[in-house]
Design a protein around this ligand. Structure first.
Ligand SMILES: Cc1cc2nc3c(=O)[nH]c(=O)nc-3n(C[C@H](O)[C@H](O)[C@H](O)COP(=O)(O)OP(=O)(O)OC[C@H]3O[C@@H](n4cnc5c(N)ncnc54)[C@H](O)[C@@H]3O)c2cc1C
Length: 303
């Protein structure tokens, strides 16, 4: 089997690598220190087409599935924090595309990306203080009130939580049904009762915003439930009658769809780490020679 990249993928790889070298590496240290969200870099990525809904759509039509991984590896080689600032929206887009109606996709996906002149980002809020891997234990509640949903709860560790224009929030409608009683809601940053909470200080990927999201009697129109009311009511009826509503929760399905991207992001980061370590091993001398010529260092770099 031939694993070499096509001409097209090699071009994408070169495009992304040049962007990372030119626009990301020179400012990576600064954003790592200040922990500010790198809007100017996101804007340049949007202007060049690297951060765009179009690119995600191109990926969707690439049957090899390599369009985004090839690009992400190079961008994360540049800086993982800035890389996540540029591509973090992919998680909320995956949730929207995976379970939203066509109308919801056409209305909300462009709002997640904004325009090249004024880019925006999206967030996907599942995790809570007492519910990480265990998504069945979510306490954020969604209660129907006439033509609205009222959301209450606090989400933690949300990528883009402090800066997103659109936040997809997973909440429990019927706590008796575990994950089958949960739904995802589309929340606009300007909706009453929505606000970003504490921003986390992190050891790594510091240019990426990781924040709490607070929902305090947050009122949204009834149609903002992902997939629409009819589908959700049918799902609830099936669950209440003891029928199967699918193998896994919607939240876990979204995380699963985006895990290959996380893997390729780690490869880009690891490549950069190996290059920095190799350069240092060549330059730093101890006991009369570069440390890279001592066997234990050679072994680590070879591994
Ligand atoms: C930088 C960053 C960005 C994030 N962005 C988002 C985001 O955008 N949206 C969002 O919703 N969340 C986000 N998260 C949260 C992330 O999804 C959670 O951290 C993750 O789900 C794990 O939850 P937890 O941290 O509570 O760990 P826990 O669930 O408490 O797990 C602790 C440890 O126990 C292990 N463990 C748990 N259950 C089992 C089991 N059954 N068997 C064996 N081992 C087990 C885990 O593997 C882990 O090692 C982010 C987190 C970070 C650090």
């Amino acid at each position: 089997m031939d694993f070499s990249l096509s001409e097209h993928h090699l071009e994408l790889q070169k495009w992304a690598h040049e962007f990372a070298e030119r626009e990301i590496r020179p400012v990576a240290m600064e954003y790592d220190e200040t922990e500010e969200f790198p809007w100017p870099v996101v804007r340049k990525a949007a202007e060049s087409g690297l951060y765009s809904l179009d690119l995600f759509l191109q990926h969707q039509h690439d049957e090899t599935g390599l369009t985004l991984p090839v690009i992400m590896e190079e961008i994360f080689w540049g800086c993982a924090g800035i890389g996540l600032a540029i591509f973090g929206t992919g998680l909320s887009l995956a949730a929207l595309a995976g379970a939203g109606t066509q109308d919801q996709l056409f209305e909300w996906a462009p709002k997640m990306f904004g325009t090249p002149e004024e880019p925006a980002v999206g967030a996907y809020a599942v995790t809570e203080p007492q519910a990480g891997s265990d998504v069945r234990s979510l306490r954020t509640r969604a209660v129907r009130d006439g033509d609205h949903w009222v959301l209450n709860g606090t989400k933690v560790f949300i990528t883009n939580g402090g800066v997103a224009s659109v936040c997809l929030v997973v909440a429990t409608v019927d706590p008796q049904l575990g994950h089958r009683g949960q739904a995802t809601f589309i929340v606009d940053r300007t909706d009453p009762g929505f606000r970003p909470g504490k921003k986390e200080k992190k050891l790594g990927i510091r240019a990426s915003d990781t924040s709490e999201v607070v929902l305090d009697d947050c009122r949204i129109p009834i149609g903002r439930i992902l997939g629409g009311m009819d589908r959700f009511e049918a799902k609830l009826a099936t669950a209440r009658s003891g029928g199967s509503t699918g193998r896994t929760s919607g939240a876990l399905a979204t995380f699963e769809r985006t895990r290959p991207f996380v893997a390729v992001q780690a490869i880009g980061l690891a490549r950069a780490a190996l290059e920095f370590a190799t350069d240092y091993a060549r330059e730093r001398e101890a006991f009369g020679k570069p440390i890279g010529q001592h066997q234990s260092i050679e072994n680590m770099l070879a591994d």
